[in-house]
Design a protein around this ligand. Structure first.
Ligand code: PPS
Length: 289
């Protein structure tokens, strides 16, 4: 029989096994403050990369030390719960995969949202789901099985589009910064400058440290220090910083899968301008054989 990933459910919201109900429920009651900086996303869309950039900019280009972990200084709200986040120094740096409507909101808090095309997202999510057996029990899982879970929205943190669309609709708010993984890949320095501006970092100061921010947030640098990005209590069997490219989906998708996901994409994004985020995606699927 085909193997599917296992999850736990909190109030009909799927989460990785091991994430506690108490932490999840308390996360929903976290009171955001004016100084908070959130990095929000659907899983596998470049969250860790953006978190590291924010951390580096605020830390003057100095990277995490060898004994430090990103999840300690920039914790995942619904994984650790409210109390851990309340104890963070100001500004509190908080990661979340919660949908917009339940993300703790403050008019003056700052919210980054990073989006990635769903085709590459599902591939990365597949590797992640195989790579954390204690969370999903999907060690030797197959892409085809995971694809079905993803396209029906039955994966942890819910349906990709239910996360993306409401956040996309907030993109013009002054306290929201919306960016795509693909734009960061095509020009990370330009992205870092914009991120710095949103963080109100003095431009002259950022000019002095930007080379270090670029260097320590590069794929090569982040791949070298894998243990810094994952929580210490987790043993991954595959690397967290895996491939870092655009278009890897073509190494996994069948023709049928590509068309089915494109169909869902086009249906879901009707009435939005989300297609402009990834202008080549429709053509590349239509030419995919
Ligand atoms: S998680 O578990 O939801 O927090 O994962 P997330 O960090 O959102 O996404 C992981 C993917 O981001 C890639 N990544 C990077 N790409 C380019 N440059 C840098 N510096 C970088 N850091 C992380 C990571 O490799 C995962 O994508 P895939 O496609 O699996 O490589």
């Amino acid at each position: 029989m085909a193997k599917t990933p296992k999850y736990i459910e909190h109030d009909m919201f799927r989460m990785p096994m091991g994430f506690s109900t108490e932490a999840y429920r308390s996360a929903l009651n976290y009171s955001a403050t004016a100084e908070d900086i959130f990095v929000c996303s659907y899983p596998k869309c470049g969250t860790t990369w953006l978190q590291n950039i924010v951390y580096l900019i605020l830390n003057g280009g100095v990277p995490l030390g060898p004994d430090m972990r990103l999840p300690t200084v920039f914790p995942h709200l619904e994984e650790v719960g409210l109390q851990v986040c309340e104890k963070l120094p100001t500004p509190r740096l908080i990661k979340t995969h919660l949908p917009f409507f339940v993300t703790p909101w403050h008019l003056e808090a700052r919210y980054f949202y990073i989006a990635r095309n769903p085709f590459d997202c599902v591939v990365s999510f597949f590797h992640h789901t195989c790579g954390f057996p204690q969370h999903y029990d999907f060690l030797d899982g197959e892409f085809n099985e995971f694809f079905e879970c993803f396209i029906s929205g039955k994966v942890d943190f819910g349906d990709y589009f239910d996360n993306l669309i409401p956040w996309y609709n907030q993109r013009d708010k002054s306290n929201v910064f919306f960016i795509t993984y693909e734009s960061m890949i095509s020009d990370s320095r330009a992205a870092i400058k914009k991120i710095g501006k949103f963080l109100e970092t003095d431009a002259t100061k950022l000019d002095k440290t930007i080379d270090q921010v670029v260097r320590y947030s590069s794929f090569e640098s982040m791949q070298k220090y894998q243990t810094r990005w994952a929580s210490p209590r987790i043993d991954a069997v595959s690397p967290f910083i895996r491939k870092g490219v655009v278009g890897d989906w073509k190494n996994y998708f069948s023709h049928d899968q590509a068309y089915r996901l494109l169909d869902k994409f086009l249906n879901k994004i009707q009435g939005t301008s989300i297609d402009k985020l990834w202008p080549d995606i429709v053509a590349s699927v239509r030419h995919y054989s």
